[in-house]
Design a binder for this molecule. Structure first.
Ligand code: SF4
Length: 346
């Protein structure tokens, strides 16, 4: 009886959601509100050749993001209302000599700043500087629970050095009283899926959070390393990456996807157009329209991607509605404050 009531309730909710989705003005989703997250590819160079990563096979020229591009992008992002900046995408950000300056630029703009790294290039002075930089979190990409597993996945890495550096950052963080969270992460794949509990047991005492995520096929370009637990999404759904973030490559080009190693999904260039105009330009609007229609054919990478970022339309709708409400609230405040400002200016 209880079970029957639950089923009826679930059906009722599903019908209501499906009605809302059909009734949705699609243009609301195609012309998207600014997202919360900006990702900056400080560099596409890396010191490792991990088996599940497309970085080693990348044909794009390796480079470092120039300070002018960092400053321009961050200041335009702040004007758009972006709140969080992740300083990594396809490469190892500790290779960038201006990493601490980049964090300072983000913090001075009033935005939160995150870093994901293999952590092997950490040293005591850098650990100290990062802990004092205002970085919200430092995530170690680790993947392996033992030396054999780690070094087989993270080719050219040293498990001993990794453990030493996780402990170093934790010690310095605690000594300095920094609020920076330390996260240890594993991408679940065939090679490590049997040892996830060992991973958690080993790293849990050294960090604040353990994070597991599934390896997708990186836009149809990598299949053999995927976990046997990985479930391909049954139906084509829009990918939330086209709505929930802006990704800027080291050279200033703007891509729709943070796994776009060879810049196949570029839809703008910060050196030529303002970020706010790029975010809703004709190219990305067309890709959003086709994602919503379930027609990914011919969109590079997306066509054939089984990345778990594929989202429910309802989730997108909630995202857009929440952002729109926030924006309306801000606009109301600006109208009130703006009138006073004009009077004062005159
Ligand atoms: S569908 Fe795949 S390739 Fe396309 S934006 Fe999403 S994650 Fe990237």
């Amino acid at each position: 009886m209880k079970e029957g009531r639950r089923e009826r309730e679930e059906t009722r909710i599903a019908e209501r959601l499906s009605f809302r989705w059909r009734a949705l003005d699609e243009s609301l989703l195609i012309e998207a509100v600014p997202p919360k997250l900006l990702m900056l590819e400080l560099t596409n160079a890396c010191n490792l050749k991990c088996v599940m990563c497309r970085n080693p096979a990348m044909v794009r020229r390796k480079g470092m993001m120039a300070p002018e591009i960092i400053e321009k992008t961050v200041s335009q992002a702040a004007e758009m209302g972006i709140e969080d900046v992740a300083l990594f995408t396809t490469g190892e950000s500790l290779l960038h000599k201006g990493l601490l300056d980049a964090i300072r630029t983000v913090r001075n703009a009033g935005l939160s700043c995150y870093l994901t790294s293999n952590g092997l290039l950490l040293n005591p002075p850098l650990a100290e500087a990062l802990c004092l930089s205002g970085l919200a979190s430092f995530k170690f990409s680790i993947d392996g629970a033992t030396r054999e597993e780690y070094e087989a996945i993270r080719v050219n890495g040293s498990f001993e050095k990794l453990i030493e550096n996780v402990r170093l950052l934790r010690t310095v963080r605690d000594r300095t009283g920094s609020k920076m969270r330390i996260i240890c992460a594993a991408v679940v794949m065939r090679r490590n899926e049997a040892h996830l509990a060992d991973f958690r047991d080993l790293f849990e005492p050294m960090c604040d959070e353990i994070l597991f995520s599934f390896l997708g096929n990186l836009g149809g370009r990598i299949e053999e390393e995927k976990s046997s637990f990985f479930q391909k999404k049954a139906a084509i759904r829009p990918c939330r990456l086209l709505w929930d973030r802006i990704v800027v490559n080291y050279d200033g080009t703007v891509t729709a996807c943070c796994i776009d190693f060879d810049a196949e999904l570029v839809y703008g260039d910060i050196r030529k157009d303002p970020l706010v105009r790029i975010w809703n330009n004709a190219v990305i609007r067309e890709w959003r329209r086709r994602h919503l229609a379930g027609n990914l054919q011919g969109i590079p990478l997306c066509d054939g991607c089984d990345h778990p970022a594929l989202a429910d339309p309802e989730e997108l709708l909630r995202l857009q509605e929440a952002s729109r409400k926030g924006r309306e609230e801000t606009e109301r405040k600006e109208i009130t404050g703006g009138a006073a400002g004009i009077t004062e200016g005159k």
